[in-house]
Design a protein around this ligand. Structure first.
Ligand code: CTP
Ligand code: MG
Length: 382
């Protein structure tokens, strides 16, 4: 199990916004909520612990529940301490026993892409060491004494580092328990206890919002990121006369069924792929492994429900979905309206359904199976 500690208990003195930094709005959404949307967009299910100022525990709870969506059972809020290190320690104390890998993340890095959480997690699991994201230093670096320049430092051996920083949980907890001084990041504390730390590639978008200038930069980044995206999904299943037919989340009596690891509901699967594609969350194969017992034999509406939760957790609202069946049978005609309203309620946005044949050509023309094409439109939430 992965644990992600999101520290949000600082006062934000340098931002000077008159309230703790994590609760300052960034284009209408609190910094903490933006950070958590990206946390919940990562692939591995995780226990998320938000560390908040004592004055803002209730606000942190409602923001966390909103960002977690369907995963709200896996998020908790604890109070922070006087320093960042104290806040991380409080977060560590709230982790379930089952957590083996822990990521520590600054809420102030609100735009950190979900993929960075996955990259750090994978590297900790693979290496068993501490892992921190880093980027090369772009500027020339000088060593100075007052106003006097002493030397140019070789920047090829320097990087600047970000969060999330990931660690084997037991070793980090032990290092925290024995730490007797303040460190500037978790990796420094971890290596002071004799452990190895390695870097992975960081992300420009993981920059920390510290000053009003950084907040303006984050607003600009959001402004130039298109707030509307489309996605596409295709699914194909062969007919299997031994199976009942499930299509679009509905049961179709007296129709030839479809083969597949789950119920073969190509309509729901294509919609899932289109939604995941639009939100930049990969595809159904990557999200719902065929070895995951939760999805063996699962009906299409289970995948659709999980997918919609993932998409909204990553900060997207579904605009609409269009889906087309290419098949000799079943004939959708009589149940098209029923299908559309069922899928619309599952997705929470209008779903239009159409059907065609392929004029006798290809596998659909020979009635060997069905193909489905779906597109989805998603919009950034707020
Ligand atoms: N943090 C924390 N508890 C503290 C101090 C900091 O949880 N006692 C968190 C902040 O909320 C932030 C992260 O650590 O998400 C990085 O710290 P920083 O950017 O320094 O935030 P602040 O301490 O809030 O800002 P400032 O130093 O300007 O007051
Ligand atoms: Mg600080």
């Amino acid at each position: 199990m992965i644990g992600i500690i999101v520290v949000a208990a600082g006062s934000g003195a340098r931002l000077g916004a008159g309230q703790p930094k994590a609760f300052v709005e960034l284009r209408g959404v609190p910094i903490l909520e933006r950070a958590l949307a990206n946390v919940f967009g990562s692939i591995e299910p995780a226990q998320v612990v938000v560390v908040a100022p004592a004055s803002h525990l209730a606000a942190a709870r409602s923001i966390s529940a909103r960002a977690a969506g369907a995963a709200s059972g896996s998020v908790s809020v604890v109070v922070g301490g006087a320093t960042r290190q104290d806040s991380v320690a409080n977060g560590l104390a709230a982790l379930d026993d089952s957590v083996e890998v822990v990521l520590v993340h600054d809420a102030a890095r609100a735009l950190t892409p979900s993929a960075l959480f996955d990259r750090v997690t994978r590297a900790v699991v693979a290496s068993g060491t501490g892992i921190i994201p880093s980027l090369p230093v772009a500027d020339t670096i000088k060593r100075v004494a007052g106003t006097a320049v002493l030397e140019t430092v070789d920047r090829s051996a320097l990087v600047h580092v970000q969060t999330p920083q990931g660690f084997p949980r037991a070793a980090l907890a032990a290092a925290y328990a024995q730490a007797s001084q303040e460190f500037t990041d978790d990796a420094a504390l971890f290596s002071s206890a004799g452990h190895t730390v390695q870097v992975v590639e960081g992300e420009a978008r993981a920059f920390k919002i510290t000053t009003p200038w950084d907040l303006a930069r984050a607003e600009n980044v959001l402004g130039i990121t298109s707030s509307i995206r489309t996605g596409v999904g295709i699914d194909v299943h062969a007919y299997d006369a031994a199976q009942p037919l499930w299509l679009g989340g509905l049961y179709w009596p007296d129709e030839v069924g479809l083969a597949g690891h789950s119920d073969g509901d190509a309509l729901c699967h294509a919609i899932c792929d289109a939604l995941l594609s639009a939100a930049g969350l990969g595809d159904i194969g990557g999200r719902f492994g065929t070895d995951d017992p939760r999805f063996a034999g699962a009906h299409g509406d289970v995948f659709l429900g999980e997918t919609v939760a993932l998409v909204s957790g990553a900060g997207w609202t579904v605009g609409n979905v269009a889906v087309q069946l290419i098949a000799k049978h079943p004939r959708l005609g009589a149940r098209r309206t029923e299908l559309e309203s069922h899928l619309t309620s599952l997705v929470g946005a209008p779903v239009s359904v159409s059907a065609t044949t392929s004029d006798g050509l290809g596998f659909t023309g020979r009635a060997e199976g069905v193909a489905v094409i779906a597109t989805a439109l998603v919009q950034r939430t707020a």
